[in-house]
Design a protein around this ligand. Structure first.
Ligand code: ZN
Length: 233
């Protein structure tokens, strides 16, 4: 059962909301005729367990998926509502243009966690001045060997997102905050605007979905292989 209840949305403060979803899809042997039947239930105690056609089951799965999307949106809204806004005075600093000797003022991108120490201390080419907010979310590395002969692998960081502004770049798209994905260590994407970043995430989801199919394939192939091996033994 999907229930969505909302407190008042009249105020800008975060509201109380509950989105819950229960769906059971099961194949079972019919007690009367011994045939296999498809059943679904949308209550957690299976009180409404009933036989369903594949089309009916897929319709309930689609409804469940829509509710999951709502849950994801709620979690993201919560994160946005509870993450402290940058309230400190914008960090403004200056550097000397190494080509012209001119003094340029720079106001850091909100959330910038680059130190800029080197930028302030020495003359620099404007094109090299970049504000960056490094990814500090869960950066658990993949256990990947770069060199199989080197013993224990170093966990390989993957899919870190750097949000950055290249203040003096000729391309206006790079002078506003954009994302660059470090796919694996030292391998980056082109600069991505929010829509392009969303497309990148969608591609990843498709790849992960394909990997889940491959996982099922692996489980099946392994079982068949084991059967053959046992049959030959
Ligand atoms: Zn900065």
């Amino acid at each position: 059962m999907t229930t969505v209840s909302e407190a008042s949305t009249a105020t800008p403060t975060p509201t109380e909301q509950c989105i819950s979803i229960h769906l059971t899809v099961e194949t079972m042997i019919d007690a009367d005729d011994g045939g296999l039947v498809l059943t679904t239930a949308t209550e957690s105690n299976l009180a409404d367990l009933q036989e369903a056609t594949p089309v009916q089951a897929l319709a309930r799965i689609n409804a469940a998926r829509a509710a999951l999307d709502q849950q994801e949106a709620l979690a993201l809204d919560f994160e946005a509502a509870t993450t402290p806004r940058t309230t400190e005075t914008p960090h403004t600093w200056s550097f000397i243009d190494s080509d012209t000797g001119k003094l340029h003022a720079v106001t850091c991108m909100p959330g910038c966690n680059a130190s800029h120490l080197g930028d302030v201390d020495t003359p620099n080419a404007p094109v090299d001045i970049t504000c960056r907010a490094y990814d500090r979310s869960d950066m658990t590395g993949l256990p990947v060997y770069c060199n199989a002969d080197e013993g224990e692998p170093d966990p390989l960081p993957f899919l870190a997102t750097v949000i950055q502004v290249d203040h003096f770049d000729e391309d206006p798209k790079l002078r506003v905050p954009h994302a660059v994905i470090e796919v694996t260590q030292d391998h980056f994407t082109d600069p991505l605007d929010p829509d392009e970043y969303q497309a990148f995430i969608d591609q990843l989801e498709q790849r992960v979905a394909a990997m889940r199919l491959r996982h099922a394939e692996l489980v099946r192939i392994r079982a068949e292989h084991q059967c053959r091996t046992e049959a030959q033994a």
